[in-house]
Design a protein. Structure first.
Length: 80
């Protein structure tokens, strides 16, 4: 998963810079999504694998990923 981590780090850096330049909040999902990568079994993963996933679109968040990212965003933004 090292290649995926490198891509994530690169994209997070670009998003973090864009947020800073526009005065918005960047919510880093790296720590929150640890141990939820596409190689994990269904029920643990937040991202669907290319092969044998349970979602139609591979390498995109599934329902658990959406819920986990929403919870992290609410925490960072201090939403109820």
């Amino acid at each position: 998963m090292a290649a995926g981590t490198g891509v994530r780090t690169h994209l997070n850096g670009a998003a973090r810079r864009a947020a800073s330049e526009t005065g918005t909040t960047f919510v880093d999902m790296a720590a929150a999504s640890d141990a939820h990568d596409a190689c994990r079994p269904a029920g643990e993963r937040w991202i669907e694998p290319v092969l044998f996933g349970t979602d139609f679109v591979p390498l995109h968040p599934n329902a658990a990923g959406d819920a986990g990212m929403a919870a992290r965003t609410a925490e960072v933004l201090k939403l109820p």
